[in-house]
Design a protein around this ligand. Sequence first.
Ligand SMILES: [Zn+2]
Length: 165
Amino acid sequence: MTKKEKELISIPITVNVPYRFAAGKYMTKFLMELKNNGKILAIKCPKCGRVQLPPRVVCAQCHVKNDEWVELSHEGTLVAFTIMYLPLTDPTTGKPHKPPFVYGSVRLDGATSVLDHLVNIEPTMDKVWVGMRCKVVLRPQKDRIGDLSDIRCLEPLPGQKKPRG
Ligand SMILES: [Zn+2]
């Protein structure tokens, strides 16, 4: 005797669930300074001295409250990268970014943590390397909206050559 499966009825619907969440006191300050003044702020731990970007209320290592704001340079050093050959959905647009492209982690001068972002450079191993100096490119002030997409991309500083070896 075979068990007869029940036919399930499905009703296709699309649920629209708009939502907003509070960025919080520290992230709000970070985003407002970025939007209004083009400043990149980080927070420094009073115990271990780590300078975190984006800012966190509590140091994850020391569990003490961070309360010293630090303005970071817009320049830094590429500490890791990947050349992407698959589309990656841009969280700020919801659209895939056309491959190939370079995605990298830059430690801005003065920061302990890194900023991960699109690197605007030809996606070839001849043009990108760990240690490359980069700068942050912001949206023009009139176009800034107060979220992380106000940082458009990272770009290499001019006049550099990939070290041999
Ligand atoms: Zn700490």
